[in-house]
Write a protein that binds this ligand. Structure first.
Ligand SMILES: [Cu+2]
Length: 148
């Protein structure tokens, strides 16, 4: 009996640590020049789990990260120019965000949180971002295509 109690304690403890390990932190750099060209988030498409955090890094100055579309019930974010910002994503769905000074150059990003069955809301919202872009228009479609 005593042995059984001990093993269930060990099991409970290991489950606790597994739970803690599941919540990951991801990093997105804000760059003047990236592998995709000028004025980009890198990586611009991220797939994360519910409860994960994403840290936007002001690697280069002059950028910000501001949400442009979030799923129902989720909170948006407004980063300051040239500052890091960390957001926790607790609601499943597709998130769109932009860099305010460079959205017209296609500086946008997409985050998928958990399982997404319907991305039509994000696709519709992307049209509004596309209307503001003079270049890099192909980026947002490319990122949204990676949602699965
Ligand atoms: Cu920017």
């Amino acid at each position: 009996m005593k042995k059984l109690k001990l093993s269930s304690l060990v099991l409970a403890t290991s489950l606790f640590y597994q739970g803690a390990a599941l919540s990951a932190e991801h990093e997105v750099k804000m760059l003047n020049n990236g592998t995709e060209g000028m004025m980009v988030f890198e990586p611009a498409f991220l797939k994360v789990e519910k409860g994960d955090t994403v840290k936007f890094l002001a690697t280069d100055a002059g950028h910000d990260s501001v949400s442009a579309y979030v799923p129902d019930g989720a909170e948006g974010w407004t980063g300051e120019n040239s500052k890091d910002i960390t957001v926790t994503l607790d609601t499943e769905g597709v998130y769109l965000y932009k860099c305010t000074p460079h959205v017209m150059m296609g500086m946008v990003g997409v985050i998928q949180v958990g399982t997404v069955t319907d991305k039509s809301g994000a696709e519709k919202a992307s049209e509004e971002l596309l209307a503001k872009m003079a270049m890099g228009k192909d980026r947002i479609e490319k990122y949204l295509a990676q949602v699965n």
